[in-house]
Each structure stands twice: as C-alpha cells, then as structure tokens.
Design a protein around this ligand. Structure first.
Ligand code: NAP
Length: 254
C-alpha cells in the first residue's frame, strides 16, 4: 500500500481526534498530501510533528466547523496551495452524552452543529472544486449508533443517521461528476471518547458492568483508518453511497 496516495491532496477535518489522527498518519505514510483541521492549534501541531514529508506547515488549518466562513476559507486555501482537493474525510464530534431528559436544546444543538452541520459545510465547501477537477472522494465517519441506538448518545446517534442519509444523497447527486461519497460507521473504538460514553452510561444507569452495547471486541483507530484508506483508494472505485460498519460484526441488524 506504500505510496498508493502519492501526491493526492486529502483534507481531514477532525484530524486531531483519536480516529482522525490515525487516518492522517496512515494517509501520510501512503504518500498523500495531508491537510489537517480541528479546533485546537496545539493538538494539530502535535499531530503535524508526527507526520512526514507529505505535510507542510501551511496544511495545519485550525478551524471551527460551526463557522461556514472558516470552513469555506479553509477549502479555498487548500485549493489555492495545491491546485486541487482530491479527497475529504470528516471525523469530528463532540463528546456530550447523558440521559434524554437531562439533555437540553443546547446540547442537541451543539452536537448537531458539529457532527451534522459541520459535515454538511465541509462537503459543500469542497464539492465545487471536485466537480471542477472532474473527480473527488469523500468519506464521512458516522457510527454504529446511527442504526443501533445508545440511550445516552441519542443526539450523536441522530447526527450519525443523518450523516448516512446525507452521504447517500450526495453520492447519488454527484455520481455523474465522478464523485464518490461513502460512510465508515465504527462500533466501539479504543479512545477517550468511548471511555467517556462508557463512564456516562455507568453513572446514568448505576450499573458498573453496563456496556452501552455488547461488542465482540473493541476496535482500534487503525481498524477505522484502514477502511477509510480503502474507500479513498481506486481499489474501491465501484463503491459509492455505502455505509461500511467497522464494528467487529457487532451491529445487530443488516
Ligand atoms: N471513538 C469511538 O468509539 C467512535 C465510535 C463510533 C463513531 N465514532 C466517530 O468517529 C469520529 C471520530 O471519533 P474520535 O474518537 O476520533 O473523536 P475525538 O477523539 O473526540 O475527536 C474529535 C475531533 O473533532 C474535532 N472537533 C470537535 N469539535 C470541532 C469543531 N467545532 N470544529 C472543528 N473540529 C472539531 C476535535 O478537535 P478539537 O479537540 O481541537 O476540538 C477532534 O479532532 C467521530 O465522528 C465519532 O462520532 C467514534
């Protein structure tokens, strides 16, 4: 797989998270030009220091996906520096969990703003460049909770379900433009985020042994990254509009 992405320009939004960082490092190792975004400049700098020659200082782009202005400016900057945007990976989220009756409008708005509207904004920002260049590839990370609800994670689950639908809609709409849009839907992945889901669930249900959903085994960020790389590669060229679970087979439905 080495250098499979040689020179491809890939923008990863949410790159400083557990999964986004693994995706960025894997793409970088495979020869991509990686552009990394998230809110915290410090976290992005820490990631940038681990990336190799495919990453340059200008390609560390802090932004808040709640701002369409910032997202559009970032996409313009990538296109201006590199002349193209071959691929986009969306991997942002807010770790806000709790009992349904305890989550007010503010929490719902914040989660939907980052996970759903953030994905919408970045897709809307890159698609015109992809149409212009005659090809493009988008992978959106949703989650198993889109189809298998977790009681303390309903805002994120609703956002994930909407991301699945959004992605299928975009895949259909831009098929003729040679754009592919797919989703990777992880199950539990070893990460701070999953540890927070777990502890909120235990506090809310008062059951120390309660796991939100049974898993055969925990996945690793690298399990998700490998699926993303495959979807971004030409090896999956006949796939678009799909939702790929990366969950150890633990989603209890088709
Ligand atoms: N971890 C799991 O078990 C699991 C399971 C299923 C699905 N997923 C999904 O996989 C994706 C990645 O998860 P993860 O575990 O890597 O999450 P994470 O470690 O919490 O990372 C979240 C990323 O989103 C960024 N972010 C948050 N708010 C932002 C905003 N307003 N503007 C720009 N960036 C923002 C964060 O940057 P800052 O820290 O700088 O804000 C960070 O880079 C998410 O979509 C998540 O829902 C994860």
């Amino acid at each position: 797989m080495d250098q499979e992405f040689n020179g491809k320009v890939v923008w990863i939004v949410g790159a400083s998270g557990a999964i986004g960082a693994e995706i960025a490092q894997s793409l970088n190792a495979a020869g991509a030009v990686t552009v990394i975004s998230g809110r915290s400049h410090e976290k992005l700098q820490a990631l940038a220091s681990k990336l190799g020659s495919g990453h340059h200082g200008d390609d560390t782009v802090p932004l808040d996906v709640a701002s369409a202005t910032q997202v559009n400016a970032a996409a313009r900057g990538v296109a201006a520096r590199h002349g193209r945007i071959d691929a986009l990976v969306n991997s942002t989220s807010l770790s806000l969990f709790g009992d349904f009756l305890a989550l007010d409008d503010g929490v719902w708005n914040d989660v939907l703003e980052v996970k759903l509207m953030g994905y919408i904004r970045s897709c809307r920002a890159v698609i015109p460049y992809m149409i212009e260049q005659g090809a493009g590839n988008i992978v959106n990370i949703s989650g198993r909770s889109a189809r298998q609800p977790i009681s303390i994670h309903l805002p994120g689950g609703c956002a994930n379900a909407a991301v699945n639908l959004l992605s299928k809609g975009l895949a259909d709409q831009y098929y003729e433009n040679n754009l592919r849009v797919n989703v990777v839907a992880p199950g539990p992945i070893e990460s701070d985020r999953f540890a927070r889901i777990q502890s909120t669930h235990e506090q809310t249900t008062k059951r120390a042994d309660a796991r939100p959903v049974l898993s055969r085994r925990m996945g690793l960020p690298s399990d998700v990254a490998q699926a993303v790389l495959w979807l971004l590669s030409d090896r999956s060229r006949h796939l678009t509009g799909t939702v790929m679970p990366v969950d150890g087979g633990s989603t209890v439905c088709l």
